[in-house]
Design a protein around this ligand. Structure first.
Ligand code: ZN
Length: 424
């Protein structure tokens, strides 16, 4: 199938950008913080309030709403042929504890603005169109992140996830039932034709290049490790340098090596040590044990593997030079995601037709779309955020970028509507 020249409907439809912005500001009040951010943790009272608002608003636009056994919400606008599986849009309404107004929320409310544009114009698509709110994308209250799109895609088992507990020991299933959002439909059984997700970039590239739209081609691969360096606690005054087994000096070398290995695979590779525990952490004791994490990522899985190989070799050598032992455990392996070429081309063509400045981009962070790509043709649309800042109360975007992103979403959905399940 050709990847260019989707006929689309060339509908001349546009989203109502002011209504979209008003929705963003209104929902930000459910869990709004004094600093202008949002704290709306999964399955809390604030999460219930925003879900109730979502359902009420979607019904006013002529949609029916259902939810599955993990509390994922589906707002459905009927099409001409309701035997076809829907073209879907979505993202998440939950936030980090000190989150902003846009991460996740823009994707859901941008989808809502698409439903509103269709409703106002009376335009009837061939497929039903559905808007999805995924439960617990953030993974802040209950781990792991992207939890319920993960169950939907068969990455996690529902029975395991229902048993997850937050730090207060409260069970996921109990909270889901308490807010009244455990549905009958088994998670993952909802049929789909394609999935599109609009999201803020959460990085600095689009803003730096003065682009309005990121055509997201995939999500980079990532591997996480836990590293324990074991030396020997010793007196800082009486232990001669050649006789030391200093775990922190060794760890310092390993941290530097992580950065160097990532830089050696420029420009796309990244390597981070973001968590470190030094023991006993006393000013006059040579550190006997250090624990830290490593996070390496690249859009190409082969590069991630190559980085891992180089890093493990460097870590081994550094441990030997410092007379310490080291234990490295890989705790997460997320292969790179490559979005559906046709869906990516639909986004690209929608951006071109809208005359938006756009570029192709690979997502650094994970998204629900990363799991959805396992089960249905998927693509994403990014819009810039100020200074690339996200997971922060100061997260900020421009109203016209939000509108542009939603318009590209609308056009991509219409192209998918005419492209998939064609009667030939
Ligand atoms: Zn998000």
């Amino acid at each position: 199938m050709s990847q260019v020249g989707f006929t689309g409907k060339n509908s001349n439809l546009c989203v109502d950008g002011q209504a979209l912005w008003a929705d963003l500001m209104q929902t930000a009040e459910f869990g709004g913080t004094p600093k202008g951010g949002v704290k709306r943790l999964t399955l809390t009272h604030e999460d219930k309030l925003v879900r109730d608002w979502f359902i009420k608003t979607c019904k006013e636009l002529g949609c029916t709403v259902s939810y599955d056994s993990m509390g994922n919400l589906f707002a459905r606008r009927a099409g001409q042929d309701n035997t076809l599986a829907p073209i879907t849009m979505g993202s998440h309404l939950d936030t980090q504890p000190t989150g902003g107004k846009f991460d996740g929320i823009l994707g859901v409310l941008g989808g809502l603005s698409v439903l509103r544009a269709l409703h106002k114009s009376g335009y009837v698509t061939r497929h039903p169109i559905e808007l999805i709110n995924w439960t617990n994308e953030e993974g802040s209250r209950f781990s792991p992140p992207m939890m319920c799109s993960g169950v939907f895609a068969g990455i996690f088992k529902e029975e395991d996830i229902l048993e997850k507990r937050d730090r207060a020991g409260i069970r996921f299933q109990d909270e889901l039932e308490k807010i009244g959002y455990r549905g009958e439909e088994k998670c993952g059984e909802h049929p789909l034709t394609a999935y599109f997700e609009l999201h803020i970039e959460q990085g600095p590239i689009l803003e730096a290049e003065e682009k309005t739209i990121g055509i997201v081609t995939g999500i980079q691969g990532a591997r996480w490790y836990e590293v324990t360096v074991t030396g020997k606690d010793a007196h800082a005054g009486s232990t001669p340098m050649p006789l030391r087994h200093d775990a922190l000096v060794a760890a310092a070398g390993m941290i530097t090596a992580t950065s160097q290995v990532a830089k050696a695979h420029a420009p796309s590779a990244v390597g981070t040590v973001g968590l470190l525990e030094n023991r006993p952490n006393s000013s006059n004791v040579v550190p006997g044990e250090v624990f830290f994490t490593i996070d390496i990522r690249d859009p190409n899985d082969a590069v991630v593997l190559e980085m891992e190989k180089e890093l493990l070799a460097r870590i081994k050598t550094i441990a030997e030079e410092n007379n310490v032992s080291v234990d490295v455990v890989q705790i997460w392996d997320a292969p790179a995601v490559h979005f559906n070429k046709d869906c990516v081309a639909m986004v690209e063509q929608a951006a071109t037709e809208g005359k938006y400045l756009a570029r192709r981009i690979v997502s650094g962070p994970g998204h629900d779309a990363g799991y959805m790509a396992h089960v249905t043709p998927t693509a994403m649309i990014f819009v810039p955020c100020k200074d690339g800042l996200s997971h922060n109360e100061a997260e900020s975007i421009l109203e016209h970028d939000a509108t542009a992103g939603a318009n590209v979403l609308l056009e991509a959905v219409l192209k998918a509507d005419s492209f998939f399940n064609k009667a030939e």
